[in-house]
Design a protein around this ligand. Sequence first.
Ligand SMILES: [Mn+2]
Length: 363
Amino acid sequence: MDNKSFNPNTAADPNAGIYGLPYSFQESQLIYIPVAWEATTSYGGGTFYGPEAILNASPQLDVFDIDVVEPYSAGLHCLPADEKLIHYNIEARELAQTIKDAYGIVTDSIPLQKNLSRVNKISETVNEWVKEKTSYVLNSNKIAAIIGGDHSVPFGAFQAVAEKFGSFGILHFDAHSDTRSAYMGFEYSHASIMHNAATKIPEIIKFVQVGIRDFCDDEFQFVKSQGPRFEVFYDSKIAEHKLKGLTFHALAEKMIENLPEKVWVSFDIDGLDPKYCPHTGTPVPGGLEYSEAVYIIKLLAQSGRKIIGFDLVEVSPTLNDEQNPIEINQAADEWDANVGMRLLYKMSAMTLASQKKATWQKI
Ligand SMILES: [Mn+2]
């Protein structure tokens, strides 16, 4: 791989790509697919701006990595934002709002029923778009990573990965279970991603959920009904184990123990303590430390399993809901995206190392 004129010790060229890197699609082994989509978010919005904010914050990163030797040398490239998605998001968000205003009750209103079916249709179109882009990346023998957007966005990537690699497991970091059958009638909402994955993609043979601390009885029952296919490390249980003196290393080993050979990492930023993501759509107290999350992924990558791709979702740089139309706070703006872009880089490094496309540091 030609390093071009890239010098990791100098400040990033503002005209360069993600992380200030110079690599084109062709020159890169890992491709980020930005999916600016949040039509059905239930509480705070703003994750639509996630991909752009992560990209803008990314040149701040010092690309040296303490765990993996020069992860950037494998080539990291972010696809440009797609205009089509922006239009889908605007249309679907407006229609979805009418349903949210009616608390999801559409039975008595034909216009609302029409709006709902249009939102569901656009969501399917977005899923197909993500699947197509992911398949293109995979068929170019590159690794695909999704940058959301809300947590509905990786569904198409799961399908593409299932088609390409067959059976795999998902390591899912989140405050929420995301196993509702539908949220307010939205079939492909962020709150249903793991339900949809489990019921529509049989190739996903294992779900390990970490940090879960906000869920309803239906979700609890659904997860139970899945038997050993779902293994949940509830945030409160992780905390209890730690309080009783179990080491985090022992807990992390348990988390990865039953995952299969091939693993997709689905990372909702709200799985972390909200101090790392104060503007995410649905923050919940508790959650993982940044270093704990990185440690779990590192153990996974060093276990001999292959991380076949990953997503990072729900990074939200701004407050943007109906009550607070786009309030931009410069410091907060940078903080959520700063954490997001660092986590994204760490996941990239670990993924490359797990696939032997980068080597572990000997420190
Ligand atoms: Mn989620």
